[in-house]
Design a protein around this ligand. Structure first.
Ligand code: PEP
Length: 251
């Protein structure tokens, strides 16, 4: 199982033409990019079905959102199996912007995860602490509680389709990055937690990504830690050249 992974998150950015240009630029550069890294991008929902069919086969396509429910009277929602039927590979679940700006609770995160595992959709499970929690040294407690809640009904078999992203909220979109030591410490903590909840094999085969103002100038140092398997990248994923540099940041 290849743990190295660089995942972009465009958030609410790009027109469909800009999205297609990005995909074309990635396709043209693909032969020059290292083979030991998986590549993913989470695009705006309206573009998922077409980009899933047009993209380079090496690029995994992710949704930034998924319903916590199945089919039915849920106007505006789209289900995990709708995403699978459109050729989507993964969904982001529990991103801090969804938690804080759209009221996504731990319970919703856990329900979304269940919907995804049942439908066979991969999950990028995001967790992260607020600045006040870091300042009071409660980061491990916060992450543990987020993971315990989200992964309560998950089996080690389900974990094959789950990626964990550690994203300290104080570092997202702020230009303030966790130091390589801070990231390494939390990633080791997360991997140990996975090994205790599931088993060593699952822990060693789960990708744990860092997210929070990761960019070409700091990625090499962050990705060098043995438990940091790559990044979930917001701002620096918008430019395909920057994104390619990030993919080249593994040593
Ligand atoms: C993110 O949205 O997951 C993220 C890490 O954003 P940024 O890289 O812009 O901080």
């Amino acid at each position: 199982m290849m743990r190295n992974l660089v995942a972009g998150n465009w958030k609410s950015n790009k027109s469909i033409n800009e999205a297609r240009n990005w995909m074309d630029e990635m396709g043209e550069a693909m032969d020059k990019l290292p083979k030991n890294v998986r590549i993913m991008v989470a695009v705006p929902a309206p573009y998922l079905a077409s980009l899933a069919h047009e993209k380079h086969p090496r690029i995994l396509i992710a949704s930034q959102q998924v319903s916590a429910n199945g089919h039915g009277a849920f106007t505006g929602e789209f289900t995990a199996d709708m995403l699978v039927s459109c050729g989507v590979d993964y969904a982001l679940v529990g991103h801090s912007e969804r938690r804080s700006d759209f009221g996504e609770t731990d319970e919703a995160v856990s329900n979304k995860l269940k919907q995804c595992t049942t439908a066979g959709l991969g999950v990028v499970l995001c967790c992260g602490e607020h600045l006040n929690e870091r300042d009071s040294e409660r980061q491990e407690e916060v992450i543990k509680s987020q993971l315990e809640s989200a992964l309560q009904d998950v089996t080690s078999d389900d974990m094959k389709n789950i990626i964990v992203a550690y994203e300290p909220i104080w570092a997202i979109g702020t230009g303030r990055t966790a130091t390589a030591d801070q990231a390494a410490e939390m990633h080791t903590f997360i991997r140990r937690w996975i090994s205790e909840k599931f088993d060593l094999y699952t822990a060693e085969n789960t990708s744990v990504l860092y997210g929070g103002s990761c960019k070409p100038s700091n990625a090499k140092e962050l990705f060098a830690s043995k438990d940091v398997d790559g990044g979930l990248i917001g701002g620096a994923s918008l430019n395909s050249g920057d994104f390619q540099s990030l993919i080249c940041s593994f040593t």
